[in-house]
Design a protein around this ligand. Structure first.
Ligand code: ADP
Ligand code: MG
Length: 566
């Protein structure tokens, strides 16, 4: 390390100094944020964990030290397409760079090996499954290595949104290459993932660099799904002629949605991993190069995509996690100009996602992690507070005050003391034996006499019709919020039946107040487009019916008793 620094001072004036490289090679006048600090830490031989949001400029943080330091910088990158883009960009700048991955021909591979052994490369991109192998150790024997940079480092963690088992092997780099600086870089920085990255990659001694995850130019909006297509169309009408992405969960939905949007006059293209490669690449190319296209895609689209003027991102389905939501929405507005992100979600998403987790055949530990991730996302969807605050809080970051431009800030969500309603909703679950989903429970609360309520004898119960004072739609929302608050859970083994969580006990005992969001203006209107009158009508507080509460008291007592048994 000392040697590198002395070499640096011996080098011709300015030639190996980070700032002059930034200016001379990249043509940028100054470092941004704490790029300079990261670079100087690594140039002088230290390890670094870099947690900057998408678009902050993480690549320079390892490229410049790799150029400054003696030897080649090894960059671990999860996608061949990402490697290719970066290597191309570096070559354009006159920086000797190459990639080693499965897409190379025999000749290309030999050429890279030769350049590596001759010490001609400043940067070498490798796939994660290759970096910590004996084969790679062999290949780099006698080659001076400037640093290891592990890009998209969240892939090492199950808490991240894109876990890749191959990344786990990278923990061995510390032992295999002692004394070589190591860096982990990611735009995912929730506390769990962060700790996991540091532990799994043995970066306990590294300096950790963070920058705010706030994307002030992105306006967040989350609506309850009602008539998804019409809702989407209304959202898109605010972005005529602009470029944007619409995310869907399934390939079939991508195709259907793209086709339908075209019939509605929206210039839409599809993108998913199951498409013919040529078509998919052509669609991606068109989206990147042309303006005013709407790309309807699965999450297969996006990582490493650098289109600065994506003006909107819409989610027709619940994303995989808060991290995934942040990443996917983060593709909007990289140019810093105002952009809107919008999501429509409903109870069906929650049930479907939960089922995917429960039936996924993963280990129990992973299922728990996945469920916790789903709940964290739900909490953001259902928050009565500022969305930006909720998202940043998830990343362990406090945001002073309300942001003023998310849907909940623009149209403040009023809350109501839902303790009594929560007790009714929970009692309905309990009295019907924790065997039914929200749809049936709402029927019971609303006193709907149908085949099912009659067959199961639910019409005879005190909870039957106990919720007529509140609209059915509000009860649906109450159940979602109870889920988000961790008071109930969905049992997928029992076909989506709602079950009480131990925390529900404190509600029955009235030790805990439950605040609910007042119903949002619905019927497909976005929060911005809703009329104040409609909002007012819907926001009317549910009037507690004391008679029914008297009836319910016995039920409550019984439940409280049964739940307080440890
Ligand atoms: P990240 O990996 O953090 O998402 P990138 O490394 O891809 O971000 O950088 C995003 C964009 O910002 C790139 O176009 C990059 O050239 C540009 N950039 C990075 N650092 C600077 C800087 N100091 N000045 C100007 N532009 C920069
Ligand atoms: Mg990057």
């Amino acid at each position: 390390m000392t040697r590198d620094i002395s070499e640096q001072t011996r080098a011709p004036a300015g030639a190996r100094d980070p700032l002059s490289i930034l200016k001379r090679v990249y043509g940028y006048p100054a470092f941004r944020g704490s790029q300079a600090e990261v670079v100087s830490t690594v140039v002088s031989g230290g390890d670094a964990v870099v947690l900057f949001p998408t678009g902050a400029g993480k690549s320079l943080c390892y490229q410049i030290p790799a150029i400054c330091r003696e030897g080649v910088g090894i960059v671990v990158s999860p996608l061949i397409a990402l490697m290719r883009d970066q290597v191309e960009a570096l070559k354009q700048l006159g920086v000797p760079a190459a990639a080693l991955n499965s897409s190379l021909s025999g000749d290309e591979y030999s050429a890279v090996r030769r350049a590596l052994s001759r010490g001609e490369l400043d940067l070498l991109y490798v796939a994660p499954e290759r970096a910590a192998t004996p084969g790679f150790a062999d290949m780099t024997r006698g080659v001076k290595i400037a640093l290891f940079a592990i890009d998209e480092a969240h892939c090492v963690s199950q808490w991240g949104h894109d876990f890749r088992p191959e990344y786990r092997e990278l923990g061995k780099l510390a032992e295999l290459y002692p004394g070589v600086p190591r860096m982990a870089l990611t735009a995912t920085a929730d506390p769990h993932t962060r700790e996991d990255i540091i532990e799994r990659l043995g970066l306990e001694k590294a300096e950790v660099f963070t920058s705010s995850f706030d994307r002030p130019n992105i306006a967040y909006e989350i609506v309850e799904r009602d008539q998804p297509r019409q809702q989407l169309l209304r959202f898109l009408s605010r972005h005529e002629g602009e470029s944007g992405i619409v995310y869907c969960l399934s390939r079939a939905k991508v195709e259907d949605t793209a086709e339908w949007l075209n019939t509605q006059g929206v210039n839409a293209l599809g993108y998913h991993a199951g498409m013919d490669r040529a078509v998919r690449d052509a669609n991606q190319d068109a989206f990147l190069k042309e303006e005013g296209l709407c790309l309807v895609a699965t999450v297969a689209f996006g990582m490493g995509i650098d289109k600065p003027n994506v003006r909107y991102v819409a989610h027709l389905d619940l994303p995989g996690s808060v991290e995934a939501y942040y990443q996917e929405t983060g593709r909007a507005g990289r140019d810093g100009l105002p952009s809107e992100v919008w999501m429509a979600y409903g109870m069906a998403d929650v049930i479907q996602r939960g089922r995917m987790i429960d039936e996924g055949g993963a280990a129990d530990e992973i299922k728990r992690v996945e469920r916790a991730k789903l709940n964290a996302l739900l909490a953001i969807c259902e928050t009565p507070g500022c969305r930006r605050q909720a998202i940043l809080a998830h990343f362990g970051e406090a945001h002073a005050g309300h942001c003023g431009n998310c849907d909940t800030c623009l149209k403040p969500v009023e809350t109501w003391d839902g303790t009594e309603a929560a007790i009714k909703a929970l009692a309905a679950i309990y009295r019907t034996g924790e065997r039914f989903g929200a749809g049936h429970l709402v029927d019971v609360l609303m006193g709907v006499e149908n085949e099912r309520t009659l067959r199961f004898g639910h019409t005879e119960m005190p909870v039957f019709g106990a919720g007529k004072d509140i609209p059915a739609k509000t009860w649906q929302s109450v159940y979602r919020q109870l889920l988000a608050a961790g008071l109930v859970r969905i049992d997928h083994a029992a076909f989506g039946a709602l079950k009480l969580e131990p925390e529900a006990r404190s509600v029955f005992k009235r030790e805990r107040q439950v605040l609910f969001r007042k119903d949002r203006p619905g019927k497909g209107k976005s929060a911005r487009g809703a009329s104040p009158a409609a909002a007012k009508a819907r926001a009317a507080l549910p009037e507690a019916d004391m008679g029914l509460f008297e009836e319910l008291r016995a039920t409550r007592m019984a439940i409280a008793k049964s739940l307080s048994v440890p």
